[in-house]
Design a protein around this ligand. Sequence first.
Ligand SMILES: [Ca+2]
Ligand SMILES: [Ca+2]
Ligand SMILES: [Ca+2]
Length: 376
Amino acid sequence: MMFSKIRTWYEERSLLQLFLYIIVLVVLAVYGKILWAEITTDSVSLKAPNMIDLGDKYKTPDGMTYNPADNNIYLVIPAAVEEGEAPLLVIKPDDTVEEIFRIPVNPDTKHAGTLGIAFGQDGNLYVADSQEISGHVNHNGRLLRVVFEDGKPVRCEVLATNFVAPNGLTVANGKVYFCETRVTEDTPCPLTSGLFCFDLKELDPANPYRAKTYVSETDCDPHFIFQFKTNDPDWRVGANGCSSSVDGKVYVANFGDKQIYELTFDADGSKVTKVRDVIPCLNERKKLMSIDGIRVDSTNGYIYFADFAGNAVHKVSISTGIVTTLAKNPVGTGADGALDRCSEVCRRGNKLYISNIDLPFDNENDAPHSMSVIEL
Ligand SMILES: [Ca+2]
Ligand SMILES: [Ca+2]
Ligand SMILES: [Ca+2]
């Protein structure tokens, strides 16, 4: 009976229909296999991180960038829980740490709040200085450049001013892109934030650019090339992590709404031509409480990221949008390598380095002041 029904169904179909059915089945099988691989990876037990103890001088580690020229990770310590300069450290290939420079304060606030950092192709380090992190939200944020000569930092230049809360930063397409975590001094809901973009050639330390204060979506600085809303009333924090891929796309994290936007540009790299949600599925976003620092890994198609509010580190497949949690623990002291209000990630070889900025949000800034390190 069953067999005859199948036979009748089969005989009623044209060759073209049967061919299309086979194609659909093959596509479903391949996609199902990818999804299953992602889902089963997610059930793997969490990694136990190791620790780099930074000591009492470096209490709030945040922005990092890997420099393949010397195999060092560069790390900045914003003066987030006390005023002063911002130390620039290197984490050497053997995981020892050395201070190599101090980023000077903004004279108006006596404070340097450096967050995102990245090297330009000119060999200099571009720095987002968020004065907001120590409570100075009165448009004191700056774009800085630490000039390197013969591989050593020699001076710091101010390139642009009048930002509210600069945060994640990347260099690609001959441009420096950085997030403005909010555009006003207050934090309304929904909250507006977005991305600034400057051509490296237009930046002149002899004449720092003063960004136009944001008025509205259409009345703002021409370098503010992408903006969006954050709707979470509990975490009114907008554009945060920022990273780029080898093909020149830029990825921007929406902290409160747990989203990552993939931006495609025109040939010049200054006009956004396409925006895509990397994590479109609500069930995947439910694995997260926030998205802080992000890092694209063009070698394997993942974005690694820090979940500050959830005190966790995850990765997401850029193609499928499936999230895998790599490490997570309750907030505490950070002893034994535990995450302690983590904010940024950076890969070197098969290790992922995680900054524990340890800010006092339902948490204490306590010893050990540490980086967590997990083997991938
Ligand atoms: Ca951040
Ligand atoms: Ca700690
Ligand atoms: Ca702590």
